[in-house]
Structures are given as structure tokens and as C-alpha cells.
Design a protein around this ligand. Structure first.
Ligand SMILES: C[S@@+](CC[C@H](N)C(=O)[O-])C[C@H]1O[C@@H](n2cnc3c(N)ncnc32)[C@H](O)[C@@H]1O
Length: 282
């Protein structure tokens, strides 16, 4: 029997009550220039009708709205009540509703574009969800599936060995924590095949690189320090690294330490964001 995602967690633990608003807000503020560039590449026009499927805390929903107004609208939907309330906070006229995006209460063939970022692989059955979403597009309407690399790949320009070991440790942590297979961590390049299997046409992919070097801005430091150094790494990685490597990683991630990575002049960070766009046929 199919589990109900409103009640129980998806493969990455999402549920109607789960809240990681702060991490989403930090990432979207940090990557705003590249995410806005990705939206601009879609060449949306005023008057268009857009859905942000899995809108999280609503930053992209706001940017999408700006591009389709006046005359059009961008509406957001998400499973998480805390994300939706963060989305509505301080923003008048936010069009959002809570739903499981495999079963949206929207009219078929009513939308010009669906924007769905870092969400499709959170669903128990991404293909069925994508097919359900594409039925909401009119013929020729497009769906844009965005996926940032599962985790940043490149950050310690001066130590590729520690970088590799850290990446492997993170992958092992996720595999054990969520019971994922190696293949589940390849989400970025699974997207093209998913689009084709769902019957979407004219599939195109474009990758934007989120690249930062020393000196980093306050938004970049806030995201890297809080979401990556403390949130993704930190204590979690201790069991997956030797004690020497864990101690070195801890020094690099500690703003109080002389070795703090974000104060190094050779700090050079890269993370990819891939947007795969496909159109509904007739
Ligand atoms: C990694 S976040 C991305 C959020 C947003 N698109 C962004 O880029 O900031 C994934 C989002 O998908 C939502 N989500 C997970 N499963 C869902 C489902 N079955 N239906 C609707 N939203 C879901 C989560 O609550 C979360 O807000």
C-alpha cells in the first residue's frame, strides 16, 4: 500500500510537520544570483501562470512572481506547514497552499510552467509525481526541475585528500541515516532520464555554477558555516573519519581557530545547480 506523505516521512524524512526553514532560507539567500539567472533563462513573460511545486520557504516563488506580473501569477505548494508559514511571513499576497505534490487539487492543463527545485527526489515515487505534475501543464507548457549537487563537491582547494574523505564521509552518513543506495545520491544526473521517462519533450539541461572565493560575503559565510560546516558536517562525521582527519576538519570549520577555512586566501568553493527543462506534448 502507498504510504501517505502527509502523515509519514518521504525517503529524505520530509513530512507535513518537518521544519528546515532556516537552512532553505540560508541556501536561497546565498545562491540568489545563480537561482535568479536560472529563472531568467526560462524567459517567462507577464501574464503566465506558474506553479512552484515544493516551494519551501518561498524565495523562488517571490522571484517567479516578479517575472509573471502583472497579469499572471505564481502559486506555491509544499507539504510542510512550517515551511509554508515561513513563506507567508512578512509577505502580503503570497499564494500558497499545503498539499502532497503527487496529488494536487489543480485543474489539468492549466499552467504555463512548473518550477520544482531540490524536491522531486524527496518523493517516494518521483516518476509518478512528475507525470501527475505534467498533466497540469497545457500542451507546450514546461516543467523545470532544478537540482543542486547533492552536496558541495569542492571547497578545500589546498587539500584534495581531505576534501575527498569528507565527501565520502558525508555520503556514508546519508546512506546509513536514510537507508539510501549509492544510486540515490546521484540525483542530479538522474533528472534527464526521469523527464524522458515521464514523456516530456524537448528536454534540455543547463548547469549553473555557484562559485565563491575569498573573501566571502556575509550571506556566503552564514550558509557555509551554519548549513554545511555545522549542519551537514560537525559531529555527524566523527564516526566516518580518522581522529586526525576529524580534528583537522574541525579546525577548518571553526571561526575561532587560526586555520578557519573561510579566512584562507586560497578558499575556492564550487557547487553546481542543474536545471532540466521539458515540455508537455500535445
Ligand atoms: C530541499 S526542499 C526545497 C524547497 C524549495 N524548492 C527550495 O529550493 O528552497 C524540498 C521541499 O519539498 C517539500 N516536500 C517534500 N515532499 C513533498 C511532497 N510529497 N509534496 C509537497 N512538498 C514536498 C519539503 O517540505 C521541502 O520544502
Amino acid at each position: 500500500m502507498r504510504s501517505d506523505p502527509m502523515q509519514s516521512g518521504g525517503p529524505l524524512g520530509d513530512s507535513a510537520g518537518r521544519d528546515y526553514s532556516r537552512k532553505l532560507q540560508r541556501f536561497n539567500t546565498f545562491a540568489e544570483p545563480e537561482l535568479r539567472e536560472a529563472i531568467a533563462s526560462l524567459k517567462l513573460r507577464p501574464g503566465m501562470r506558474v506553479l512552484d511545486a515544493g516551494c519551501g520557504t518561498g524565495e523562488a516563488l517571490r522571484w517567479l512572481s516578479e517575472t509573471v506580473e502583472p497579469g499572471g501569477f505564481a502559486v506555491g505548494t509544499d507539504l510542510s506547514a512550517p515551511h509554508l508559514s515561513a513563506c507567508a511571513q512578512g509577505r502580503k499576497n503570497s499564494l500558497v497552499f499545503q498539499a502532497d505534490l503527487s496529488r494536487l487539487p489543480l485543474h489539468a492543463a492549466s499552467l504555463d510552467l512548473i518550477w520544482c527545485v531540490n524536491t522531486i527526489h524527496h518523493l517516494p515515487d518521483p516518476l509518478t509525481a512528475l507525470q501527475a505534475l505534467s498533466s497540469l501543464l497545457h500542451a507546450g507548457g514546461r516543467i523545470a526541475l532544478g537540482q543542486s549537487s547533492f552536496l558541495p563537491d569542492m571547497y578545500f582547494a589546498w587539500d584534495s585528500r581531505l576534501e575527498r574523505l569528507t565527501n565520502e564521509a558525508v555520503r556514508r552518513y546519508y546512506r546509513e541515516r536514510y537507508g539510501l543506495q549509492e544510486q540515490d545520491l546521484k540525483a542530479v544526473r538522474a533528472t534527464v532520464g526521469l523527464m524522458r521517462n515521464a514523456g516530456l519533450r524537448h528536454v534540455k539541461a543547463r548547469t549553473f555554477i555557484i562559485e565563491r572565493i575569498f573573501p566571502v560575503s556575509a550571506d556566503t559565510e552564514a550558509y557555509l558555516l551554519e548549513a554545511i560546516f555545522r549542519g551537514t558536517w560537525g559531529e555527524r562525521l566523527r564516526p566516518f573519519l580518522s581522529s586526525e582527519d576529524y580534528a583537522e576538519l574541525s579546525r577548518l570549520c571553526d571561526p575561532q581557530h587560526a586555520d578557519y577555512a573561510l579566512r584562507r586566501e586560497d578558499f575556492h568553493f564550487m557547487q553546481s545547480f542543474t536545471l532540466v527543462v521539458g515540455a508537455r506534448g500535445d
